[in-house]
Design a protein around this ligand. Sequence first.
Ligand SMILES: Nc1ncnc2c1ncn2[C@@H]1O[C@H](COP(=O)(O)OP(=O)(O)O)[C@@H](O)[C@H]1O
Ligand SMILES: [Mg+2]
Length: 402
Amino acid sequence: MLSKITGCTVIGIHGWLIEVEVDVALGLPVFATVGLPDSAVRESRDRVKAAIKNCGYEFPSRKITVNLAPADIKKEGSGFDLPIAVGILEATETLVMDRSRHKTFCIVGELSLDGGVRKVNGVLPMILAAREQGISKIIVPVENMEEARVSPPGIDVIPVSTLPEVVEYLAGLVDISPIPPLSGTPLTENVEYGVDFSDIKGQKHVKRALEIAASGGHNVLLKGPPGSGKTMLAKRFPTILPDMSLDEILETTKIYSIAGKKAGESLLCTARPFRAPHHSISDAGLIGGGTSPRPGEVSLAHNGVLFLDELPEFKKNVLELLRQPVEEGTVTIVRAKMALTFPARFSLFAAMNPCPCGFYGTAKIAATVQVCRFTNMKAEFPALSWIGLIFIWKFRRSITMK
Ligand SMILES: Nc1ncnc2c1ncn2[C@@H]1O[C@H](COP(=O)(O)OP(=O)(O)O)[C@@H](O)[C@H]1O
Ligand SMILES: [Mg+2]
């Protein structure tokens, strides 16, 4: 018998509804998955088989064909385990449900071998896509409940934790109440950053500059000797930015949901993100990438701050990649089979020391300052650096600590 269940996958930052067709026919016992599945989807057969058996249902010893349509889109992730399992149970008539309801619900979830439903990445964009396509109910893992709550009203989000629970719900034996949506509640009321702008002592001119940057959405370069508070100031910058709107919370949470990351304690991003990647970061780490592209640091900093501490230490090619996101607020990653655009609108913060030793322009360590002065000049007048070093060597006694 044939069963058709609606599942969902994520491409870029958008969800795509996928029809999971399961056919159980007479023949040698094989389990074939077709329709461009990636390895995680192909491996789902072992999880599905074990989960069905361990939940006390009968796994058919027949020819099972799973088709994921449309066949030209690459299907990724483990979220197809649950729709495939439900499809098999329906095709073998273990689960009997009203077929007219098939088009009204969508199922997403990974299965553990004992039939538990595990969380999947990208649930929020999936819910939004299902809502747009007129689906009225979406079954999601209970662990994804928190991010699912931010979805706008118009779709019932049903949290589930085990395969039997899903089967009983679909058969109409139990009723599971949908997750209450959060819209309308002021989400940004109790936003915690852990630090505060009022921690900064003095530095009036810098604070004023940061306030102007916060109100005008400008980028900032902080330059000063080590210990002058550059990192400290940058970390406190998001605390003076305006609260995120519901749309901004939705956008940022969507990106974190796809990347499978948490912005803070919760899966819901209500505080403006502050991303401070290490200077050894790669191109793909910064702007996003991989065979099926994932968002990078610029997208994780969307609606927040991207902080590049020790700016001159970053590789030149990595810094040049920042041009498109800074100018356009988006980043487009092109791969052989697809071109994806991720949002990347952030305030760029950079901090640097004035010279390699860090004390150029300050009168703290005179000898080091002299060396740096001449090293800096080297770029413009190569001969001068040699003269400078000879000068320091000759008069080293008179230019020690002032
Ligand atoms: N204006 C300031 N107000 C309060 N503490 C400061 C200030 N400037 C520096 N500090 C202290 O000095 C420490 C070192 O500052 P840091 O931000 O790491 O300097 P930098 O990044 O410029 O090397 C901070 O953790 C903070 O405790
Ligand atoms: Mg620092």
